[in-house]
Design a protein around this ligand. Structure first.
Ligand SMILES: [Zn+2]
Length: 116
């Protein structure tokens, strides 16, 4: 285990409203979808995990785990990680059509070119 992706758990239906609010205030938005129902909003109450970037060839992975009936997002190492090495995981965004593609700049040899 590397770190928990901490924040406030919000219902999925609230994400658009919150994103608009943060955009309007010029606040960078950090959210992580747990499943169809819940999202962790790390924008105002997150920890360092929100700054971990995506990579198509990552050294970590994320899992939703259950502890005493509560869901948590945890980042785990995929392999031995050297001191000073950047932590990355695959964001696994859902595939979108051409008009909504987010370009990937991870720099991996086998980069998929898009995050979604
Ligand atoms: Zn990439």
């Amino acid at each position: 285990m590397v770190i928990e992706y901490s924040g406030i758990v919000i219902r999925s239906v609230l994400t658009d409203k919150r994103e608009k609010y943060y955009d309007g205030k010029g606040i960078g938005c950090y959210m992580f979808r747990m499943d169809d129902f819940d999202v962790v909003d790390a924008t105002m109450h997150g920890n360092a995990a929100r700054f971990i970037n995506h990579s198509c060839e990552p050294n970590c992975f994320s899992r939703v785990i259950h502890v005493e009936g509560q869901k948590h997002i945890v980042i785990f190492a995929l392999r031995r990680i050297l001191r000073g090495e950047e932590l990355t995981y695959d964001y696994k965004f859902p595939i979108e059509d051409a008009s909504n593609k987010l370009p990937c700049n991870c720099g991996a040899k086998r980069c998929r070119r898009f995050l979604n």
